[in-house]
Design a protein around this ligand. Structure first.
Ligand code: IPE
Ligand code: IPE
Ligand code: MG
Length: 257
């Protein structure tokens, strides 16, 4: 029988996050410290993506969302953006078979129109080929910004209002929440950022409202299972109160036991 990952050990609650969201940061500095071009750091970072996917598959995580390229990253020097586009292309070519085999469903969120036709076609193909997989829902946020996400959701609602399908007074949090990206997976439980900076950098602004945040100085290309386990262990010890009191949460836990 498969181990119950959510079972409660005597002293330490063994809670595994259902959805993990990651800012993969520090590729450039990893390369600069080695006096190499930043693009080499991005290539090394692509390897760490597999470390993260393997770990989540082993732990029974349902959804993994990786921030690969932000709306603001388009403003980086042309040669770095070009190198990243090439890397996306080769990674898509190289990894899709393996993801398909391992039962990973891949999807992309972000402003896809900003990518060239070839990359867009590869993204569509990766999504189509893995659409039936259920082991892990992997979302790659590329050309993504949390502000863009909320704005596109607002625009969709405004279009419904303009078409007479919706009255403004009917709009509530649930309705907006259904239009932002990732509406069909649970909100992230655990957020991890590598690279030492302690900020959100326009990642999932709506979806991270009650996510547990965890930061590490480690640079993304150095990511290993030990570090991910540290993040998961820290998460398991957090008390998530969602605005309630600690006593209320304890009472909920007792009645559920
Ligand atoms: C993250 O690494 C990857 C992308 C933003 C594409 P960085 O390239 O931001 O690396 P640092 O933060 O400059 O070290
Ligand atoms: C966030 O990292 C975006 C990605 C990792 C894709 P940045 O390196 O762009 O963030 P800032 O500029 O340090 O806030
Ligand atoms: Mg960075």
């Amino acid at each position: 029988m498969a181990p119950d990952v959510n079972s409660t050990a005597p002293s330490l609650p063994r809670r595994v996050p259902r959805h993990v969201a990651v800012i993969m940061d520090g590729n450039g500095r990893w390369a600069e410290r080695r006096r190499r071009p930043r693009a080499i750091g991005h290539r090394a970072g692509a390897r760490a993506v597999n470390v993260c996917i393997d770990f989540c598959l082993e732990r029974g995580v349902e959804a993994l969302t990786l921030f690969a390229f932000s709306s603001e990253n388009w403003g980086r020097p042309e040669d770095e953006v070009g190198a990243l586009m090439k890397l996306f292309m080769t990674a898509l070519d190289r990894e899709v078979d393996e993801l398909e085999r391992r039962g990973v469903r891949v999807r992309f969120i972000g402003e896809r129109e900003r990518f060239g036709d070839t990359i867009r076609a590869r993204m569509d193909e990766a999504e189509r080929r893995t659409a039936g997989n259920t082991q892990l829902h992997l979302t790659i946020a590329a050309s993504y910004g949390g502000r863009w996400d909320i704005a596109q959701a607002a625009r969709a609602l405004a279009e419904d209002v303009a078409a007479g399908r919706l009255r403004p007074e009917e709009i509530d949090e649930a309705m907006l929440g259904a239009r932002v990206c990732l509406a069909d997976v649970p909100a992230p439980d655990l957020f991890i950022r590598t690279g030492g900076d302690t900020r959100i950098s326009n990642f999932l602004l709506w979806q991270l409202a009650y996510t547990e945040l965890w930061f590490t100085e480690l640079l993304w290309p150095e990511l290993d299972a030990v570090t991910l386990q540290r993040a998961f262990d820290a998460y398991a010890l957090r008390e998530r109160r969602f605005g309630l009191t600690g006593a209320q949460i304890a009472a909920q836990g007792e009645s559920a036991a």
